[in-house]
Design a protein around this ligand. Structure first.
Ligand SMILES: Nc1ncnc2c1ncn2[C@@H]1O[C@H](COP(=O)(O)OP(=O)(O)OP(=O)(O)O)[C@@H](O)[C@H]1O
Ligand SMILES: [Mg+2]
Length: 230
């Protein structure tokens, strides 16, 4: 499981995260909610090692990974789908997927399961990433993260700017990964409606802090909504 304990992060003199704690368990979806600029992406970047924290601990499967480089966290089973997808537009779909094998043992291949989840990608293997639709690019970004065979999957606003039919498909995949493949999933969302369908736990952030968090079943809808409108 993932336990983020009281982490602090500043950009220069400006404090971005103050004592933030969240957890994510295998087989479950933890949703991180909050309005623009509250620190959701910074929190995800800290977990995967792209930002250095100034305090707190990041425990993954019992080990503090806060001192590890991003590639070592990836090797430890932490998968990441960044906000805005960040696929390589001039590489083909196949090549985009293979970038995730850089840290894998030699001779590793893109797992067949990836194509079972996103059949469209097999069809488009030779197409350039930049020629895919936004929704297909998002599927590619998730598929790329899965190619490294993680046990924790972090998705930063995967539904941003995506059409409803693809959003449904992404929700189906997230549910399947957690329920059937026992992934721990951390999902960043702005939209509570999407989050509440999937979430087992939620953490609502306000200005760099978790203002409300816990098991979905124990939280009041109204309290969550209030924090998302302030
Ligand atoms: N590299 C950086 N240097 C300085 N400030 C930053 C940097 N990255 C983010 N910030 C600031 O930190 C705060 C939190 O940003 P962050 O991107 O984590 O928010 P967010 O909740 O993901 O927002 P959004 O919903 O728009 O994606 C914002 O005020 C942002 O301007
Ligand atoms: Mg963000």
């Amino acid at each position: 499981m993932l336990r983020v304990e009281g982490i602090d992060l500043s950009y220069g003199a400006s404090r971005c995260l103050r004592g933030v704690s969240i957890e994510a368990n295998p087989g479950q979806v933890t949703c991180v909610l909050g309005r623009n600029g509250v620190g959701k992406s910074s929190l995800m970047r800290a977990i995967v090692g792209l930002e250095r924290i100034q305090g707190g601990r990041i425990l993954w499967e019992g080990r503090d990974v806060a001192g590890l480089a991003p590639a070592d966290r990836a090797r430890a089973g932490i998968g990441y789908v960044p906000q805005g997808r960040e696929i390589f537009p001039f590489l083909t779909v196949q090549e985009n997927l293979e970038t995730a094998l850089a840290a894998a043992p030699r001779g590793s291949k893109v797992p067949e399961e990836v194509f079972a989840l996103f059949p469209i990608l097999r069809q488009f293997l030779r197409r350039r990433g930049g020629d895919l639709s936004g929704g297909q690019q998002q599927q590619l970004a998730i598929a790329r993260a899965l190619t490294a065979r993680p046990r924790l999957l972090i998705l930063d606003e995967p539904t941003e700017g995506i059409q409803p039919s693809v959003i449904k498909d992404i929700a189906r995949v997230i549910r399947l990964l957690a329920r059937e493949k026992n992934f721990a999933v951390v999902l960043v969302e702005q939209y509570y409606e999407f989050a509440r369908e999937l979430a087992d736990r939620i953490a609502v952030m306000v200005r760099g802090e978790v203002a409300l968090g816990g098991a979905m079943a124990e939280l009041e809808d109204e309290a969550v909504r209030r924090l998302l409108t302030v």
